[in-house]
Design a protein around this ligand. Structure first.
Ligand code: SF4
Length: 242
């Protein structure tokens, strides 16, 4: 079958955009690395800077007005989420700063139990199991919205019926997403990873429960990660199980 020139063009445009945004984000993140003197502050600073670049592209999307996503809509929060150590450390720091000790201990137990349950589960099984994100609050809102992972920021639906259908039956096609948001956020995550990797910091993408659980259980995770230590050794990635 002959190639569709329209599709080819769209693919080339998306690749060019990905490269451009990755370079732009890498420059911004390199500047943060140079400016930050406190190693324990590096992870939050990088995660925040990456989120800022990604959010700027989302805000400028030509189909922004068609985004179906709103507070309390959580159809997509039952999917596996992967994130970098810098993001996991940032989420853990915010949780530590805001949750009472008793809630934090309960959350940590949930994260540990879920992580054990997820070992050996493939991505497809995870979707079918419809596991609610541990950070969903009782109203269906994201309890860590300001520091949510880039993987979550990159999912901007323009297809609410598709979200509902996919939630009810994960084997049905994925909803239509704002491709500009998806491509640019993915490019920012790549930039975050390469910035960390080039400076000797772990940049693996880990499974959410496992990585945030490890960051919470390791009081000095931020400083140790910044020093190049393998704080997340053996954490679940889900990669090998797809
Ligand atoms: S972190 Fe927030 S946005 Fe991401 S899956 Fe969890 S509740 Fe949803």
């Amino acid at each position: 079958m002959p190639d569709d020139p329209g599709l080819d063009r769209a693919r080339r445009d998306a690749q060019a955009l990905h490269v451009r945004v990755q370079q732009e984000a890498a420059l911004a993140l390199a500047a943060e690395c140079t400016a930050e003197r406190d190693p324990a502050r590096l992870a939050p600073r990088l995660a925040q800077a990456a989120a800022t670049v990604a959010d700027a592209y989302t805000a400028a999307s030509p189909v922004r007005a068609q985004h179906a996503c709103k507070k309390g809509c959580s159809f997509c929060c039952y999917q596996p989420v992967r994130l970098t150590p810098a993001e996991a450390i940032t989420i853990a720091a915010v949780l530590r700063a805001n949750l009472p000790a008793e809630w934090l201990a309960r959350l940590q137990t949930v994260l540990e139990q879920r992580t054990r349950g997820l070992a050996g589960l493939g991505v497809a099984d995870y979707r079918k199991a419809r596991i609610p994100c541990p950070f969903l609050d009782g109203t269906g809102a994201c309890g860590i919205h300001p520091v949510r992972p880039l993987a979550c920021r990159g999912v901007a639906s323009v297809d609410l019926p598709g979200c509902q259908t996919h939630y009810v039956d994960p084997e049905k096609p994925q909803p239509r997403l704002d491709q500009l948001v998806f491509v640019t956020t993915n490019a920012v995550q790549e930039a975050l990873r390469s910035t960390c990797r080039e400076r000797g910091r772990d940049a693996t993408v880990y499974e959410l429960h496992a990585a945030v659980g490890r960051a919470l259980a390791t009081a000095d995770a931020a400083a140790r990660w910044a020093a190049g230590e393998d704080v997340f050794a053996d954490c679940l990635t889900l990669d090998a199980q797809q």
